[in-house]
Ligand binder design. Structure first.
Ligand code: BG6
Length: 509
């Protein structure tokens, strides 16, 4: 994993390395404006993008390089939500160029190759990073034409060639396998950087630090002390303009198969020997392999799906759609560390608030000597890792209420990133991921076997839910915490969802 040396605009990254060209395929799309260009711009501002890193936008739209620069200048403000300084932008923009064409056409990709040669001034050692921000339908022809035109050929006489692949990585195990085969026909696994932007989030990486840089948590991070673990990724936004895409995928494919299972793997994995990519990724894959497989009927019994009221009216959504916008589920891991500990996962759109948290709920003391207070429930210790917003870590424990006999109530010990490290926003996940891909560090990227394991976990559920008659979709009100059946999933086990909230006195039950 990359360790950063301090950098600043006055001390930019070294320039004696060969040219490294970043090619963004799908450059006029939403992701490029919302995330990729803002991330590259910020890296440059921080002095972490060398001057000899040209960025080539490629997509079907016809536009000149000047128009592309202007399009990005507007886009990163309007969609990317950043306020670049015009003078700094003018200094950054000359590295951007644009080339229009169809990635499936060998003529167009051949012409792109010439543009790259010119951009690289014929440097045979120039490196190339291809960022494929394209729809799954054109993935196979795109990879084939990049290969056929020799743009991704890596030999001892060329620089390196890498490809960054965006999700979705298929829509089930079979399609993911097919996609991996397509990629491996052209690239070695070490050249492939599959992105899950959750892994680029500071707070998700902090999970590794919390677990493995502190000696106090690991001894209790197991079935002897942990009663259950809850992972919540709630979004307040609805499906918005992505309704057409979303209706084909739903929350399990869009969020759970990737983001939530990544987080689950980091919570449950065994300690890696080093932070080196395969050391880390082996342990994550091992954790996923431990998840108890479901049959389709077990999957349906251990999971709940729902749609927010009004979803079917969204433009692009089938009026009879059974696509879930919310799902909650209970998983078990069959291994020494986690046997018998339930892991409850939930995610949804149009929920009460945007909030991503991991709650590790510890077992209650074996014997209670203090008076029970029905208002405060069972007084379990909860370690909450708040991924976003108001990023932080909180430990809930019981404290004596002053001047009230031996009455106790839970209190929180809080760590906030903002307070501890200054009020500046945390860097965007894409900054870290792009920078790691340029450095050849794949530890925060997903290996093909991880993708396949993750699909094996959710496939039976997707299959069960295809039968809408036996498993009808439930409803929840927009702005709520999901359907009552999701609460029942925990109450069947004598448990409840832990409070979720920003902890500034506004915890939401
Ligand atoms: C994306 C999903 O991968 O993650 C979106 O496709 C979702 O539907 C987004 O909104 C959530 O990301 P974040 O970083 O806002 O939690």
């Amino acid at each position: 994993m990359t360790m950063y040396a301090p950098a600043s605009p006055e001390h930019p990254a070294a320039t004696d390395d060969p040219i490294t060209t970043i090619v963004i395929a799908g450059a006029t799309g939403d992701l490029a404006q919302r995330k990729l260009l803002p991330a590259l711009y910020h890296l440059w501002i921080k002095g972490r993008l060398a001057p000899n890193v040209p960025i080539v936008g490629f997509s079907r739209a016809k536009m000149s390089t000047d128009e592309f620069r202007e399009f990005m200048w507007r886009g990163i403000q309007e969609i990317g939500g950043i306020e670049p300084n015009r003078d700094q932008w003018e200094a950054f923009a000359p590295r951007l160029s644009y080339f229009g064409g169809d990635l499936g056409s060998t003529d167009d990709v051949g012409a792109l190759g010439k543009h790259l040669d010119e951009t690289e001034a014929g440097d045979p050692h120039a490196n190339r990073l291809f960022y494929l921000s394209i729809t799954p339908a054109i993935f196979e022809p795109a990879v084939s034409s990049l290969d056929a035109c020799g743009l991704v050929e890596e030999t001892p006489d060329t620089g390196w060639r890498r490809v960054v692949v965006e999700k979705p990585f298929g829509r089930d195990l079979a399609t993911a396998n097919a996609l991996n085969r397509t990629i491996h026909n052209v690239f070695r696994e070490e050249q492939v950087y599959r992105i899950d932007h959750y892994l680029g989030k500071e707070t998700v990486q902090n999970l590794l630090v919390l677990r493995f840089a502190n000696a106090i948590f690991e001894p209790i991070w197991n079935r002897n002390y942990v009663d259950n673990v809850q992972i919540t990724v709630a979004e307040s936004v609805d499906v918005g303009e992505r309704a057409g895409y979303y209706d084909q995928f739903g929350v399990v494919r869009d969020m759970i198969q990737n983001h939530l299972l990544q987080v689950l793997a980091l919570v449950t994995m065994e300690p890696p020997v080093t932070l080196e990519a395969d050391s880390l990724r082996n342990k994550k894959v091992e954790a996923l392999r431990a998840i108890r497989p479901w049959t389709a009927s077990e999957a349906a019994r251990n999971a709940v799906r729902a749609q927010y009221v009004g979803y079917r009216d969204a433009h692009g959504v089938d009026p009879h759609s059974a696509t879930p916008t919310y799902a909650a589920m209970r998983l078990y891991l069959d291994n020494w560390r986690w046997q018998g500990v339930p892991f409850y996962l939930r995610s949804g759109k149009a929920m009460a608030q945007k909030s991503s948290e991991i709650a590790i709920e510890f077992r209650a003391p074996p014997h209670r000597i203090f008076p029970a207070n029905p208002m405060w429930g069972p007084l379990a210790n909860i370690l909450t890792l708040r991924l976003q917003p108001d990023e932080g870590v909180h430990l809930r424990f019981a404290a004596k209420l002053p001047d009230q006999g031996m009455a106790v109530r839970p209190v929180d010990m809080d760590f906030y990133y903002g307070t501890e490290f200054g009020s500046e926003e945390l860097p965007e996940a894409y900054e870290r991921l792009l920078s790691d891909a340029l450095d050849g560090d794949a530890s925060l990227f997903i290996r093909s076997d991880h993708i396949e394991e993750a699909w094996k976990i959710v496939d039976p559920l997707l299959e069960a839910w295809e039968d809408s008659i036996s498993h009808p979709v439930q409803w929840y009100e927009p702005g709520s915490w999901g359907p009552e059946t999701a609460d029942a999933l925990l109450s069947q086990d004598g448990r409840a969802w832990a409070p979720v909230g920003d902890r500034h006195g506004r915890i939401n039950d």
